[in-house]
Ligand binder design. Structure first.
Ligand code: MSP
Length: 524
């Protein structure tokens, strides 16, 4: 089983474009792995506990549960709109998840991996959190965002993270593909070295806030939100689940196949996913070869700046999908960013890339291949006359593009995969310009040549539909339907060989699949 997850989105505010990017990227990877013949389990969901959620709910005068249910419904509706098709849905208020977190806490307690201690430290009254020297600004003080800072002493539960840091350094060194892309490895290694000797505070006293999972052996405490949230990756995969819990078989999901793939943003590699999580799994008893792999993506920014509420520049994916359509949003989100790197979000590029690569290039190819076949050969595809050099050049271009697409997609480099498809589409349009089927049609004696040209174009559309299907599943299915070959959508990537459309095959009536996006003229 190929098991992949995304970060679970915090339910303290509206979904934004960064959340949408991560879910679409994961959905594309899940669909691609299915296309490669893997059985896939794609888990995503929402992170519903924590002090900030409790505060936001209080500010709105509703109870936290009603508040998170409302925000959760917005995430669910957005994933539906964007065609994000997951197999498991994680909500941290789910009693099955809470039971798993409590069972893990009890196990760790029984093993002696937890202890309680009192720590005196600086505390921000406004943010209700302890501060460390890392929170100090350049001149050594605490900025206004922290409000009043006082020294406070509090007793809490700690997890012996420090028992596992030496192991983690070894794991990072001996597992070159633990983190993708590889350039993130040093960042993590340095952070682990800096954290040596420090244990993880995993509780919050209930007198401060209540919106968390209660400790099984100390009801005065709730679980720290990150400790709770990270466990979703195993709780919803069936770890320690009751027989009748309606969750998958954990052994099949986690142990039977490649290591779990966690797709996360660069901001949550250190310390949560790169330090806390592997050390938690190690303490729970997971063997090294079953540690997950981390695919760390970059951020979408606006003109080089971080999107933030205070700058008021957050892009709303829901409004974007209403304006441009879900296909255009999906395409842009994986087309204009290299997995692992940051990119600038620019709606003008969204329109430009969609109109150039889909509406113009691919739209033009579909129009030529399908419309002309319908009009010139009654919708019947045949291999026609003898092979010309440009025919074999087209087949060569397709084989090269297919290999490049697979190599890129295997590395999760979706943008490069789409570029490979596009290169072949451009080649096909050049081929049509050179072979001019509209001229061939005028000379009855050249009917066999015309048939061969149209067959080469239609066959290319069939391949493009399959290769595009992880990114644009609906559009790809429409193309397969117009080709009268819906079974193309059940094909295995390994079967992408010349001859998807057999000699004598009849296509359906074509209609445009990628209508141009018409933008209103700007004021200037
Ligand atoms: N709840 C935690 C994750 C817990 S996982 C056990 C969290 N939530 S979040 O809502 O703040 O972020 C969810 C994901 O969205 C993270 O992977 C984060 O990196 C990603 N993004 C948030 N803003 C982003 C961009 N501007 N661009 C791309 N991804 C971004 O962290």
């Amino acid at each position: 089983m190929f098991f992949l997850t995304t970060a679970i989105d915090y339910t303290n505010g509206s979904p934004h474009i960064g959340h949408a990017y991560e879910k679409v990227l994961a959905d594309v990877i899940a669909r691609y792995r299915r296309l490669c013949g893997d059985e896939v389990f794609f888990l995503t969901g929402v992170d519903q506990h924590g002090q900030k959620v409790q505060q936001s709910a209080e500010a709105r005068g509703v109870d936290p549960e009603a508040y998170v249910r409302e925000i959760t419904a917005r995430f669910v509706a957005l994933w539906e709109k964007l065609g994000v098709q997951y197999d498991g849905w994680a909500e941290t208020i789910d009693p099955r998840h809470k039971a798993c977190v409590r069972a893990i806490l009890s196990d760790l307690h029984a093993k002696g991996a937890l202890y309680k201690k009192s720590v005196k430290a600086l505390y921000s009254v406004r943010q209700e959190q302890y501060l460390t020297d890392r929170d100090r600004d350049a001149d050594g003080g605490f900025g206004p965002e922290w409000g009043e800072v006082v020294e406070m002493e509090e007793e809490n539960w700690y997890y012996k993270l420090s028992d596992h840091t030496a192991w983690l350094l070894g794991h990072i060194d001996s597992t070159p593909d633990f983190i993708l892309p590889a350039f993130r490895k040093n960042e993590l290694r340095n952070a682990v070295e800096r954290s040596e000797g420090i244990d993880l505070c995993i509780s919050r006293p209930r007198h401060r806030f209540q919106w968390g999972i209660e400790f099984p052996f100390d009801p005065d405490y709730v679980t720290y939100v990150w400790f709770d949230a990270l466990i979703n990756y195993i709780s919803f995969a069936g770890y320690r689940a009751a027989e009748n819990a309606d969750l998958p078989d954990f052994d099949r999901v986690w142990n039977d196949g490649p290591r779990a793939l966690h797709i996360i943003g660069k901001d949550i590699l250190v310390p949560a996913h790169g330090i806390y999580w592997p050390c938690m799994l190690k303490g729970i008893g997971f063997p090294d070869d079953r540690m997950p792999q981390l695919l760390v993506h970059g951020w979408w920014n606006i003109r080089g700046e971080k999107m933030s509420k205070s700058l008021g520049n957050i892009v709303d994916p829901d409004a974007l999908a209403d304006r441009f359509g879900s296909d255009a949003v999906r395409y842009y989100l994986v087309r204009d960013i290299t997995t692992g790197r940051d990119a600038d979000f620019d709606p003008e590029r969204l329109v430009m890339l969609y109109n150039t690569e889909l509406a113009n290039e691919l739209g033009n190819l579909c129009n030529r291949a399908l419309n002309m076949t319908k009009r010139f050969t009654g919708g019947i595809l045949t291999s026609g006359g003898e092979d010309h050099e440009e025919d074999s050049a087209l087949r060569h271009s397709l084989a090269t593009a297919t290999a490049a697409w697979r190599a890129a997609m295997d590395k999760y480099d979706v943008a490069a995969g789409l570029e490979a498809i596009n290169r072949h589409v451009v080649h096909c349009n050049g081929y049509a310009e050179r072979t001019k089927p509209w001229e061939l049609k005028k000379e009855p004696a050249r009917a066999p040549r015309l048939a061969r040209v149209l067959q080469h174009l239609a066959e290319s559309v069939a391949h493009a539909a399959v290769m595009l299907s992880p990114v644009l599943p609906d559009a790809a299915a429409k193309l397969a339907g117009q080709l009268n070959r819906p079974e193309l959508m059940n094909l295995n990537a390994g079967d992408l060989q010349w001859g998807l459309l057999p000699d004598g095959h009849a296509i359906q009536k074509p209609s445009p699949v990628f209508p141009r996006i018409l933008t209103e003229p700007t004021a200037d």
